[in-house]
Write a protein that binds this ligand. Sequence first.
Ligand code: G3I
Length: 352
Amino acid sequence: MKRAVVAAVLALAACGHTAGAPTAPTTPPPAANEPDPLRAAAGAAGKLVGTAVQSAFLNDSRYAAVFARHFDYVTAEYEMKWDPIERTRGSEDFSGGDAIAAFAAARGMRVKGHALVWHQAVPSWVGGLSADDLRTEVERHIRSVASHYRGRVLAWDVVNEAIDDATLGLRDSTFRQKLGDRYIADAFRIAHDADPQALLFYNDYGGEALGGKSDAIFALVKGLVDQGVPIDGVGLQMHVRAGAPPDEAGVAANMRRIAALGLRVNISEMDVRVGDIGGATPANLDRQRSVYRSLVAVCVAEPACHAATFWGFTDAHSWIYAAYGADAPLLFDAQYAPKPAFSGVLDALMRR
Ligand code: G3I
């Protein structure tokens, strides 16, 4: 059933409409020199093209216009996480996520919820809970959020970043310490029960190509599939550096082995840093363009990869600055002019 839903979504995306959404004009009239919309190229390739957003940015008309013109898949960068929703125990605030979902619905975009269970962005009151109370609250949280957005999201990142980089075993989060390893399978079962139509993803970073972390992620999701847990796919975050990107063949092989489990795969949070190789010089922006082109092309070529999402689209807004300092990691510059990176993505989507 879910497989049919996605096929229908992608087929209708290809002809510029999305199932059930009001047929509002999807993109504002383009200015004379506006580049071709990414979403049209993605639709023609049978893919969704997405970005992370924050509701506050939607009040900026330039931001909203570029976002609406080029993207048909949206992930809430922060506002659907546990902490912003339930900073105070028992009192939920869905306003930020609702604003993003409403903007998307009005423009024929699909939504990916992010993220139901993650060791970060957890409300402060969660840490002090007993194991029994934590189990109750995690279940209540998943059920509440998934049913609140039921019918408005195509997919959820159910569990995010559960693999420990050092041990390559399960991260020793409060969830694992108090609920055991089974917290992951339980989260998928509860999310599926709360929204049987949503596609359910495991999402992680640093495991895009073949290697230790990628093998650990593969073993985790294969284990879930073997147990019959209702998982539908894997999100490869793709936070990469232009100076040392993951190798294309390795990413293709990794996507292929995940597909062989009967799962979907998607690029879920892509950005390409240039800060550590000298910043936004013309040569580095060209390297960045070729990294975006080659890695998005891997997704375009892989039938099981149904979406490529960037973790923001304009250098006006990116988490990279707080984490790594000055950079220019995205497709448009801070004045919303398309960068070479944008052409790289468009070329990949148009298979050229
Ligand atoms: O919204 C509040 C604002 O009201 C307040 O004035 C401001 C200053 O304290 O904070 C704002 O909240 C911040 C939020 O981003 C929105 O900007 C949070 O403090 C900050 O922690 C949050 O950071 C997000 C981070 O995840 C933690 O949730 C980043 O935007 C977001 O890009 C980042 O995304 C993660 C993915 O979810 C998972 N993979 C890695 C990726 C990068 O870390």
